[in-house]
Design a protein around this ligand. Structure first.
Ligand code: GLN
Length: 191
């Protein structure tokens, strides 16, 4: 399996290492031309969603990636990556977030939603089909609501932190920063 990893910014190397541990091949997408290689899936890492959104737009990558996801390319977005997938995103203070996103997934998210003190923490929580898994949150968003056929896969303290819609998987935490490979295995099994 050959997985594209969006490598504009943020925690992409950790995803590559985890996928390679699981026997998948990876390549980095930084520029328009990188995108058109053969691939079975895409990972959008954590980082800063506004920065990544602007680079995606400036590199002319928003449109081809959006089209591929709509046509069924499996995608996993973690943290900032989840924000980029969300159709609706709000800032911590409730104002609407900019629209430089892929906006392919029927979820409403809130950025930096835990506030400064609580924004980064580790916990374990139940993930549908996987049991209890470790979760690392860094200035994390959460999902305020899922819509349509988007399904909640995990909650922490009553807040939705992971969801799936078809071949799209989004999580508010960083599975690539824990020892557990189970979420990446779950994603590979979706492909
Ligand atoms: N706070 C970041 C954002 O809003 C997300 C943080 C992360 O990806 N760890 O884009």
């Amino acid at each position: 399996m050959r997985i594209a990893v969006l490598a504009l910014q943020g925690a992409f190397i950790e995803h590559e290492m985890m996928l390679e541990r699981l026997g998948a091949e990876t390549f980095e997408v930084r520029k328009y031309a990188d995108w058109f290689q053969q691939k079975d899936a895409l990972i959008i890492p954590g980082g800063e969603s506004t920065t990544m959104g602007k680079i995606l737009r400036d590199e002319q990558l928003l449109e081809p990636i959006r089209t591929a996801i709509k046509e069924g390319l499996p995608v996993m977005g973690t943290c900032a990556g989840m924000i980029l997938l969300a159709k609706n995103a709000a800032e911590a203070n409730g104002t609407e977030s900019g629209n430089t996103r892929l906006a392919t997934m029927d979820i409403s998210v809130k950025r930096n939603a835990y506030g400064r003190q609580l924004g980064s923490f580790e916990t374990t929580a139940a993930f549908k089909g996987l049991g209890e898994i470790p979760m690392t949150f860094i200035r994390a968003p959460y999902i305020e609501a899922t819509h349509g056929d988007a399904e909640t896969l995990a909650t922490v303290d009553g807040r939705i932190v992971a969801a799936r819609q078809g071949k799209q998987l989004a999580c508010a935490f960083h599975p690539e920063l824990t020892e557990s490979t189970c979420l990446h295995e779950y994603f590979l099994s979706m492909i």
